[in-house]
Design a protein around this ligand. Structure first.
Ligand code: HMG
Length: 387
């Protein structure tokens, strides 16, 4: 019998918004104790897109980095996951396809199930490569997390994107074939078609996340997945990083092992700064772990994806010996440090103007990224390279 094909994440790049809001500034405005943000929810800041940025510009920026390193050979599929879609019909990935000059013989589609969509895209990519190992799939996950201002959810906003190249014999992480699944119809978080901000039952969303994690764990165990002692690291979807601690504490009780919060800390590094990036969040956590943990070669990582509504999946992957050659901690640190701070007043003005529109509009030149959202004419959105 043949050894199973090793397929997984060959490259991963991160992009985020042009601006940043420091949660100390939000705390000073709202009168909340800053420790509630830093310790209570485990967040320090969140990214805010400039008026000429959105999921397309951030997704294209991350994808450009991947293509600059690997070229387009073998890429016949672009899967774009998002829950902040900019059109009800046209896939955001088609704009990215145009901006990046990808060949016409490509299939492009958008995927949605709240924050879970990125993981669905990765699973579909694995299937495509299993059928033809010479193919490589470009997966993009990009989101802008928007809640109403002056709500409990306001400090858990954020913006960002990842692009991943899924391929055979990957340089970063070989994804294992088994995973644990959990779906339950629950109204914990949703965004009706006429709203640009999400509605959420915060308390219910936290218990729904934990239930999905334990449910996915049990499913993985029932399918002969690795025991807790065989998983060396965990990364989670992080709407706020404390959520990962809450879920993990429950798993440790469930399988009767000790748990130290510091076990998860490296994977928090980027998400504490970007805020919730919905579909990109789990993969940004994985990026931080790969960039910042020196001892990962051969380690098995558990990766938990949760999308409200709700769908959860627990995947496992084994880190390639070659991962060390692809670490980009300096690049991401620079990206985060280069963000332009906003006052709370300026952030709230941008927030108020951030709702999607099909009216004719021209966007000011603000972003320092490689692509920008130029505006809308005749209801159609236009994007362009900035360089
Ligand atoms: P809240 O009103 O800030 O909650 O809302 P809280 O009053 O319970 O405080 C939060 C924590 O801060 C508590 O700790 C407090 O004790 C602590 P905990 O008991 O939870 O361990 N605290 C302090 N700590 C230190 N010093 C202090 C202090 N004061 C209080 N002085 C909530 C929190 C998460 C509900 C809110 O932020 C929210 O609604 N966020 C949006 C929803 C969300 O992110 N849900 C997460 C699960 S659902 C999910 O992950 C999916 C999602 O990404 C969307 C998708 O799938 O598309 C959201």
């Amino acid at each position: 019998t043949q050894a199973p094909l090793a397929v997984g994440i060959h490259d991963l790049a991160i992009a985020t918004g042009h601006h940043v809001l420091d949660l100390d500034d939000l705390a000073a405005t709202t009168g909340v104790d800053p420790a509630k943000y830093h310790v209570g929810i485990g967040q320090d800041a969140f990214s805010v897109p400039a008026p000429d940025e959105d999921i397309v510009t951030m997704g294209a920026a991350a994808a450009k980095e991947v293509l600059d390193r690997h070229g387009v050979d073998g890429i016949r599929t672009v899967l774009f996951a998002t829950e902040s879609g900019i059109d009800q019909s046209k896939a955001a990935g088609v704009f990215v396809h145009g901006l990046l000059g990808l060949p016409t013989n490509t299939r492009v589609v958008e995927l949605k199930q709240a924050c879970y969509g990125g993981t669905a895209a990765v699973q579909m990519a694995l299937g495509i490569i299993a059928r033809d190992p010479s193919e490589r799939v470009l997966v993009i996950a990009a989101d802008v997390a928007r809640y109403d201002v002056d709500t409990a959810a306001e400090p858990t906003q954020g913006a960002g994107a990842v692009a991943m190249l899924i391929a055979a014999d990957p340089d970063l992480v070989v994804l294992e074939p088994q995973s644990g699944l959990f779906t339950a119809d629950v109204d914990d978080f949703w965004r009706p078609n006429d709203r640009s901000t999400a509605l959420v039952d915060g308390r219910l969303s936290v218990t729904a996340y934990v239930d999905a994690f334990i449910g996915a764990w049990d499913d993985l165990a029932s399918r002969g997945g690795p025991g807790i002692e065989a998983i060396d690291r965990f990364v989670h979807h992080q709407p706020f990083t404390k959520m990962a601690i809450k879920a993990h504490r429950k798993l440790a009780q469930h399988v009767d092992v000790p748990f130290e919060e510091t076990e998860l800390a490296v994977g928090f590094t980027y998400n504490r700064q970007t805020g919730n990036t919905y579909t990109a969040s789990l993969w940004i956590a994985l990026g931080a772990l790969l960039d910042l943990d020196d001892d990962l070669a051969g380690a098995r990582i558990g990766m938990f994806s949760y999308g409200s509504g709700s769908v959860g999946e627990l995947m496992t992957g084994v880190v390639s010996e070659r991962y060390r050659e692809h670490r980009r901690a300096g690049r991401v640190a620079d990206l985060l440090a280069a963000r332009v701070p906003l006052s709370v007043e300026a952030y709230r003005e941008l927030h108020a103007a951030g709702a999607a529109t099909s009216d004719d509009v021209e966007r000011p030149r603000v972003t320092a990224g490689p692509f920008r959202f130029a505006g809308v004419t005749g209801g159609a959105r236009h994007y362009e390279a900035t360089g």
